[in-house]
Design a protein around this ligand. Structure first.
Ligand SMILES: [Mg+2]
Length: 258
């Protein structure tokens, strides 16, 4: 009788413990899920909307996204996202290479800032886009000519040049003030062998990038270039007129250029 009582007691204790453990596990699972959702959902949605051009004309990274953008840029996801786009470009270039490049007029257009060379070090001091654009500060940074190459894009650049494409660098940077520094920066980072560097002349001062870049692409097309591909980190690099056979958007959640 005593041993039966002991057995019954043991069963009740086990049931009780199991119930407690179930409650704890459920509540801890729930809180983990909630914290994952709470930690990322708005920031991810914001970045997705920015990258898909659904949010436009934004001036600063929203306060609740600054830390997220910092982590995104610094801890690997930016590099992984970049690699996925470059892989797609490489596949497309391989398909293109099947077509004979006859007359040397098959061109690629590459943007410069945060496409060929990186301004991440500058934006670190601007809270990764949390602070509004500072034209004088950015100009001073560009004039130093120290933007590092974005390496997967440098490799793409080299492959395009070696493959016989004419690579045209098209940038909204002002030619008069920033021409020398830009050329030097491109050279010191290995961007050598491009067909042409097109910068913003005085007649396009104050114009949007879409208008300026569309007009430059129109002129190139009239010269006889076939724009096979167009790569940029801003939608204003890739929209408008004469955008090319294919466009590729590189990630950049730090700023918006109209
Ligand atoms: Mg750019």
């Amino acid at each position: 009788m005593l041993s039966l009582m002991a057995k019954l007691y043991e069963v009740i204790v086990l049931m009780f413990l199991s119930l407690i453990s179930k409650i704890t596990t459920t509540s801890s699972n729930t809180s983990t899920n909630v914290s994952i959702i709470d930690g990322n959902s708005y920031q991810l949605s914001w970045r997705l909307a920015v990258e898909t051009n659904n949010i436009r004309m934004w001036r600063t990274v929203p306060a609740q996204c600054i830390r997220y953008v910092e982590n995104y840029m610094l801890w690997g996801q930016y590099a992984r996202d970049l690699d996925v786009v470059i892989e797609q470009i490489n596949d497309y270039v391989r398909d293109l290479a099947m077509v004979e490049l006859i007359d040397g007029m098959d061109a690629w257009i590459l943007d410069i800032d945060d496409t060929c060379i990186s301004n991440l070090a500058y934006y670190k001091g601007k809270r990764y886009g949390g602070d509004p654009f500072d034209p004088a500060g950015f100009k001073a940074w560009v004039q130093r000519g120290v933007c590092p190459a974005i390496l997967p894009v440098l490799r793409l650049f080299e492959e395009l040049v070696e493959g016989g494409f004419k690579v045209i660098l098209l940038t909204g940077r002002e030619e008069e003030a920033l021409g020398a520094a830009t050329m030097e920066n491109l050279r010191n980072q290995g961007f050598v062998g491009y067909e042409r560097l097109i910068m913003r002349g005085p007649e396009f001062k104050g114009q949007s990038a879409v208008i300026f870049k569309s007009e430059m692409r129109r002129r190139l097309t009239e010269e006889g270039y076939r724009i096979r591909g167009n790569v940029g980190d801003q939608w204003s690099d890739l929209t408008g007129d004469y955008v090319g056979d294919r466009t590729f958007k590189l990630p950049n959640p730090m700023y918006f250029v109209p």
